[in-house]
Design a protein around this ligand. Structure first.
Ligand code: HXC
Length: 519
């Protein structure tokens, strides 16, 4: 073959590989509103930055006459590229090739980019769209999954890992995404479950659709498996680009500092009136977040799951900051099992990747009752406490209103290594709310009063006494548990200044193999 022919041969081989499973299967993919693996990568990465690897890898299976059907690339497109100029490693399963099912060689390809991402310290983004283990290969496919799982585990806390689910993801295959930091699902075209509807019907008799069992809605709102639900793939890929912008490349670096036109000392008068006079009335904590964040931008994580706590990323003075905030607008911002798990995971993610944490507190306590106790609120609440107490990143806490009981301690209090703990004048920091406290302290005295009017008068007086003593931030401030009581309108610059002075913070935990967080 002449040099020219060799060149032409290369170009032909590339064209064949780029077609994946062929025009017909690509058409089918498009007709379902799905992109091909390469189209997805194109949207995800900076234009022209993708360097594909292992385009000519083919499977080695000889079962079921598989040796007669080989497709270069073998069901996954892998390589590296950039997002906003920063390197990321990517793999995208190609459903047009054997349904994106995982073969031994496909697992090798994925492991290769994961290993390289670890070597250079860059995020790994996996786009999942697969029929699961390659049935014809049997056990080597299972081994391949386990190779990927092991790498997911070792990469955890070292480089950010993001999983997009843009199609089927079933059986044990769900566990690779589950081991990563973020899962994003598309509405209508993606699903995740350990066993599909047919097996469910056989084993338990339950009749359930694919969407109701493991669709994006279910995982974004009920199970909390998915951190993000998006309408379509374009939205999902752009969201991943945004998410990456808030994260560092690896655990030895910090998230990029962005330029902002939003003045650091911008005063927000509207915050002075945001907390209603009546402590039982709600307000939307997201209004506070949007008001203090640079340019009002906030990337919410787990938006539809455990809405009584809000978590996500914003920038403050250009710094990437993780926000954890009780939401008085939903279940009065109470801490329950789901909210505790959600926030604990987020705090751990921030701490692993050197992202400072701002905690906005307005919490009436832990949700009482047998439902929560049986569901293990003790352990789930302890997760959040553990995550905060172990975190060494800069931590600033602002108590806006209620901060009662155990929930006060959990929500990044001073003694759990809060660096700067501020409170608004509307803060109430106490063991419990006034009514509950008076019922406990005064029940015998109250019982002695037979006249209902006098009883009400007595209770009201005691409640007022209690509120005067505790329904304010000054008792906590007198002990130094609160560093300063601040005017709400100044929150942005007080918090930014605090984080700026904490940039050189050094704190480490005692040496150990690893901690034993109450899982
Ligand atoms: C080999 C597969 C495959 C698989 C799909 N294909 N899944 N090939 N192994 N697991 C092939 C099909 O034969 C078909 O090939 C092409 O991919 C597209 O599949 P269709 O069925 O035509 O597509 P669709 O109708 O969209 O249905 C998609 C699907 C279905 C729901 C995913 O294919 C399906 O149920 N597949 C099997 C899923 C499964 O049970 N997997 C094993 C799970 S257990 P042609 O040539 O016709 O285009 C598991 C264990 C992992 O994964 C354990 C890890 C620890």
């Amino acid at each position: 073959m002449s040099t020219r022919d060799k060149l032409k041969d290369l170009i032909d081989r590339r064209s064949v590989a780029r077609l994946g499973g062929g025009e017909k299967r690509i058409e089918k993919q498009h007709s379902q509103g799905k992109m091909t693996a390469r189209e997805r990568i194109e949207v995800l990465l900076d234009e022209g930055s993708f360097e594909e690897l292992d385009m000519f890898v083919m499977h080695r299976c000889v079962n079921f006459k598989m040796e007669q059907s080989k497709i270069p690339g073998d069901g996954v497109v892998t390589g590296h590229g950039t997002i906003d100029g920063r390197v990321v490693y990517v793999y995208a399963q190609d459903f047009t090739v054997f349904g994106g099912s995982l073969s031994e060689t496909m697992a090798d390809k994925i492991c290769k980019v994961m290993d390289m991402a670890m070597k250079v310290g860059a995020p790994i983004i996996g786009i999942n769209d697969s029929g699961g283990a390659r049935i014809q290969e049997g056990v080597t496919s299972l081994g391949g999954y386990a190779e990927i799982f092991e790498r997911n585990i070792l990469a955890s806390g070292v480089v950010p890992q993001i999983s997009a689910i843009f199609g089927p993801c079933a059986g044990g295959a769900v566990y690779s995404p589950a081991l990563t930091d973020f899962i994003l699902m598309t509405e209508d075209s993606s699903y995740m479950f350990v066993t599909g509807p047919k097996v469910v019907k056989t084993v338990t008799g339950e009749d359930i659709s694919v969407a109701d069992l493991g669709g994006a809605d279910v995982h974004a709102s009920k199970s909390g498996v998915a951190h993000f639900k998006v309408e379509d793939e374009d939205e999902g890929l752009l969201l991943i680009r945004k998410l990456v912008s808030y994260l560092p490349q690896n655990n030895m670096e910090e998230a990029p500092l962005m330029e902002t036109n939003d003045s650091i000392d911008r005063i927000a008068d509207e915050l002075n009136d945001i907390v209603p006079d009546n402590p039982n009335l709600p307000y939307n904590i997201k209004d506070v977040i949007f008001t203090i964040a640079d340019e009002g931008e906030f990337l919410e994580v787990h938006r539809n799951y455990a809405k009584n706590i809000v978590v996500g990323y914003c920038r403050l003075g250009g710094m990437s900051v993780g926000i954890v905030a009780n939401q008085p607008n939903y279940l009065a911002g109470v801490l329950d099992c789901d909210a505790s798990r959600k926030a604990a995971r987020f705090v751990q993610m921030c701490d692993a990747f050197n992202i400072p944490i701002l905690t906005l507190v307005d919490v009436p306590g832990f949700l009482p009752g047998s439902g929560q106790e049986y569901a293990g609120i003790i352990i789930h609440g302890a997760k959040l406490m553990f995550a905060y107490g172990e975190a060494t990143v800069p931590k600033v806490t602002v108590t806006l209103r209620k901060s009662y009981g155990g929930a006060h301690d959990v929500m990044s209090c001073k003694q759990l290594r809060g660096d700067f703990n501020y409170a608004w004048p509307s803060a109430e920091i106490a063991v419990m709310g006034a009514k509950g406290a008076i019922e406990v302290l005064e029940s015998k005295n109250i019982a002695k009063i037979s006249n209902e009017e006098k009883k009400a008068e007595y209770i009201s007086k005691r409640v007022t006494d209690y509120e005067e003593a505790f329904a304010n931030p000054y008792q906590a401030a007198s002990y130094g548990y609160i560093d300063d009581v601040i005017e709400p309108r100044n929150t942005r610059f007080r918090v930014i200044r605090a984080f700026q002075t904490l940039q050189t913070k050094k704190l480490s935990n005692p040496p150990k193999k690893h901690s034993n967080i109450p899982l």
